[in-house]
Ligand binder design. Structure first.
Ligand SMILES: NC(=O)c1ccc[n+]([C@@H]2O[C@H](COP(=O)([O-])OP(=O)(O)OC[C@H]3O[C@@H](n4cnc5c(N)ncnc54)[C@H](OP(=O)(O)O)[C@@H]3O)[C@@H](O)[C@H]2O)c1
Length: 307
């Protein structure tokens, strides 16, 4: 039996959807942090639903009992301590329950599978990776590449309604091998179902890179609107974003997130790895398609030119 965590989230929902195409629902259990948030798809899937929170180890003991494999989604947020504590609690539970294989969703900073990164957001993942490797459990660490859908996070949460015509980024720009959550979800599901990559760290990334400057230029041409990017200091970046709704407007978050751009300039997210294409056996979703969908501008070129 496979336990799937994070099935209400962006990546976990895709992994769950594709696992259901590969295995009978009776072999899948969904472990939900908050079962009242389960989608209709989860409720009608035929998979068993149990309640389990990383921060409540007794809930994990019952939610993950009798699991052969565990798909462990990383804890949301960017603060290191709560994430590491949640991941350690989950790995400890997997050990207590003698789960046969743990698949952990790490992050694609650090040039492929390097054990180092200057990005603050990667530190919790690196610590979790070390803890999992030392646990004695059979593991697969999947460095999920930078989501194509996450570009607003790298552009100060720019949106066509609220964003201005100039986007300030701190420190530097750099290439990113963006990859869609749907492609990541399908590939991750296949890897879990096949039981491949035991005691390995693998990296799933997109088919080509785009810098943030290139992303802004694509957005400009999709929207027919002149947008430009300015590389400023960390102070410029904090001033431009301070006060925005939620954590994204808090100086502490912004300063922490600024380290991401130094990592990009070092090429930490620039590696184009062929693993995902080998696993999927098909081409990946192009970044431009994701941008068009998210910007609400459909690509009508097929209708116009392929009659
Ligand atoms: N590769 C990238 O570019 C990228 C970008 C952003 C984030 N990430 C990381 O990748 C992870 C997955 O991404 P995502 O887009 O699927 O994130 P997401 O949509 O925020 O989903 C996070 C999931 O974690 C669950 N969760 C929250 N607290 C939990 C707890 N205490 N115990 C167990 N589960 C808990 C949530 O359940 P509820 O819905 O019940 O709260 C949700 O299903 C994120 O958590 C983050 O660490 C990666």
């Amino acid at each position: 039996m496979i336990v799937v965590t994070g099935a209400t989230g962006g990546l976990g929902s895709q992994v769950f959807k594709y696992l259901l195409q590969l295995l009978p629902a009776s072999q899948i259990t969904v472990s939900l942090h908050n079962p009242s948030g389960a989608s209709e798809f989860i409720k009608t899937s035929g998979a068993q639903i149990r309640q389990g929170s990383y921060t409540d180890s007794s809930s994990l003991d019952s939610a993950w009992a009798k699991a052969d494999k565990l798909f462990l989604i990383s804890y949301p947020g960017i603060s290191r301590e709560p994430r590491v504590a949640a991941h350690k609690s989950a790995i400890d539970a997997a050990k207590r329950l003698s789960i046969g294989h743990v698949y952990y969703t790490s992050l694609g900073f650090g040039t492929g599978i390097s054990p180092e990164s200057v990005a603050d957001v990667m530190q919790a993942h690196l610590e979790t990776e070390r803890y999992l490797k030392q646990s004695g459990l059979k593991y697969t660490i999947i460095r999920e590449g930078i989501y194509s859908e996450s570009w607003p996070l790298y552009l100060g949460f720019w949106s066509k309604e609220e964003g201005g015509d100039e986007v300030i980024i701190p420190n530097a720009d750099g290439p990113i091998a963006w990859v869609s959550r749907e492609d990541l979800g399908e590939a991750t599901a296949k890897i879990i179902a096949e039981g491949a990559y035991g005691n390995e760290t693998i990296f799933l990334s997109g088919a080509r890179t785009y810098t943030l400057t290139e992303i802004v230029s694509l957005i400009s041409s999709i929207l027919s609107r002149a947008l430009k990017i300015k590389v400023g200091t960390v102070d410029d970046y904090v001033t431009a974003n301070q006060g925005k709704r939620g954590p994204r407007g808090e100086p502490a978050f912004l300063q922490q997130w600024a380290t991401t751009y130094t990592a990009l300039a070092k090429g930490e997210c620039s590696v184009v790895d062929q693993t995902i294409k080998r696993v999927l056996g098909r081409e990946l979703k192009p970044m431009e398609q994701t941008l068009r969908e998210m910007l609400g501008v459909a690509d009508d070129s097929v209708d116009r030119y392929a009659k």
